[in-house]
Design a protein. Structure first.
Length: 149
């Protein structure tokens, strides 16, 4: 009898955990989680590409996304043309710009409705300050520097 109670208790604990996970997930699907992970990994990868080569092309970016998928760093689908696409079958929208010393890479998945520019888009923005990375000097020394101890 004790063994049955332990098994029943364990089953209830597992069921409670599944219900709690369902509440935590809300309306988020596995595809959304994969897309959230992918946009972040792609943004960091593409940001690094631009840091090494500011003349990075769209073709370079497409090859990087395919490489990340092939290396199982991210879990994507392949379209009929062998292009790595988001979990909803749409190519990622990748934009890169430089604002002074800051490099900004934005990666967007169209989300479940498969249309860019709508409320369910999954977006990740990665910013890198290249001056801070190079160890730019702090504020210039004050005129009273000779009196500092």
């Amino acid at each position: 009898m004790g063994r049955v109670a332990v098994i029943a208790g364990a089953a209830l604990a597992v069921l409670a955990g599944i219900c709690a996970a369902g509440l935590w997930l809300g309306n988020r699907t596995t595809k959304v989680f994969f897309a959230e992970d992918a946009v972040q990994v792609i943004a960091y990868g593409v940001g690094a590409m631009y840091r090494q080569n500011p003349a990075t092309t769209e073709e370079d970016i497409a090859l990087k996304i395919k490489f990340l998928n092939d290396a199982s760093v991210i879990n994507l689908r392949l379209a009929d043309n062998d292009e790595a696409v988001d979990p909803f079958g749409i190519p990622f929208d990748v934009k890169h710009e430089t604002q002074g010393s800051v490099s900004v890479t934005t990666v967007t998945s169209a989300g479940p409705d498969r249309r860019l520019g709508t409320a369910d888009d999954i977006v990740f923005v990665h910013k890198e300050d290249h001056e801070a990375e190079r160890g730019a000097p702090a504020d210039p020394p004050s005129s009273n520097a000779a009196h500092d101890h």
